[in-house]
Design a protein around this ligand. Structure first.
Ligand code: HEC
Length: 120
């Protein structure tokens, strides 16, 4: 799947626990809204969640206006950083708020997606 092309296909985040079926190019369907441990490392989920991140962070991996690149990081490092924002050990109000809304599974999915994005 060509990273960076399909990501724009977003549909507003479900605010109620409605069931949204997604059909990805691979024919894989999954149910959003009941995000659970089964979806750890799920790049499709990562891609979906990443649309929030990429309003600031560049998909291209460039840094812009003080916003650091987050693509191509080793998963373990990416996960550690987001967890430390979530725990407010790492200082940055914006990222603390964003990470505070993410579950471990969602962080893992984002880590998988952004790691892959860095691989050309
Ligand atoms: C409103 C803008 C904004 C959004 C949205 C945003 N970030 Fe950030 N992010 C920042 C800024 C600014 C920093 C630099 C913070 C600092 O200096 O500590 C940062 C830092 C980071 C870092 C650490 C980078 C480094 O080099 O230390 C990671 C990882 C990260 N963001 C991931 C994410 C993820 C994943 C999302 C989506 C869930 C996201 N960000 C959404 C603005 C944003």
């Amino acid at each position: 799947m060509g990273a960076g092309i399909a990501w724009k296909r977003r549909s507003g985040r479900a605010s109620k626990p409605v069931t949204v079926m997604y059909c990805m190019g691979s024919g894989l369907g999954f149910v959003l809204g009941s995000v659970s441990a089964a979806q750890a490392d799920n790049k499709a989920l990562g891609q979906f969640l990443a649309s929030e991140c990429t309003t600031c962070h560049q998909l291209s991996g460039e840094s812009t206006g003080g916003i650091p690149p987050i693509t191509g990081w080793p998963k373990s490092q990416f996960i550690a950083v987001l967890r430390s924002y979530r725990a407010k050990e790492r200082d940055n109000e914006v990222m603390q708020t964003i990470a505070g809304r993410l579950s471990d599974d969602e962080i893992a999915a984002l880590a998988a997606f952004f790691e892959d994005l860095g691989k050309k």
